[in-house]
Design a protein around this ligand. Structure first.
Ligand code: HEC
Length: 126
């Protein structure tokens, strides 16, 4: 019985340990879940996404609207890229990964959910 308890404990500890690894090495790829109750900062969390995803290679203000830091919010407004009634329907949400020139330019991890949640929170220049 004692041996069983030791083995049981060892297996349990191993499972917890492996779950811990799972969290550390796999979760960051998927992104942390986005808590809709926590206010999202446009300048700190949303705006950097477009440079990170290379959107600014093309969307830099020379020809196409700019998604560069300091300019992106005005572009979203001027080009009607936000849908405050239906965040998922916003062009800034739906265009990446939608095919054509954007098939290889998309969001990863929780980026899309961050943008959607930021829009649902009012889409402010915060
Ligand atoms: C290789 C160049 C290129 C890259 C990189 C690129 N885009 Fe674009 N994007 C375009 C062009 C060209 C248009 C205008 C033609 C069109 O709508 O496809 C456009 C249009 C858009 C539009 C407006 C669509 C509409 O229907 O009005 C959005 C929103 C957009 N891009 C977002 C992004 C985002 C976000 C990224 C990064 C994930 C990105 N783009 C990366 C070239 C690019």
């Amino acid at each position: 019985m004692k041996a069983f308890q030791i083995i049981f404990t060892a297996v349990l500890l191993l499972a917890v340990f492996m779950a811990g690894c799972d969290y550390k090495f796999i979760k960051p790829d998927e992104g942390e879940p986005v808590d809709p109750e926590v206010p999202i900062s446009f300048s700190e969390e949303v705006e950097p996404i477009w440079a990170a995803q290379s959107c600014t290679n093309c969307h830099n203000g020379s020809g196409l609207f700019s998604l560069q830091e300091g300019e992106a919010y005005q572009s979203l407004i001027n080009n009607n890229l936000l849908d405050l009634e239906d965040a998922n329907n916003s062009k800034i949400v739906s265009t990446p990964g939608s095919g054509g020139i954007h098939s290889n330019y998309t969001y990863s991890g929780n980026q899309k959910q961050l943008i959607i949640t930021w829009i649902e929170q009012g889409g402010e220049d915060n």
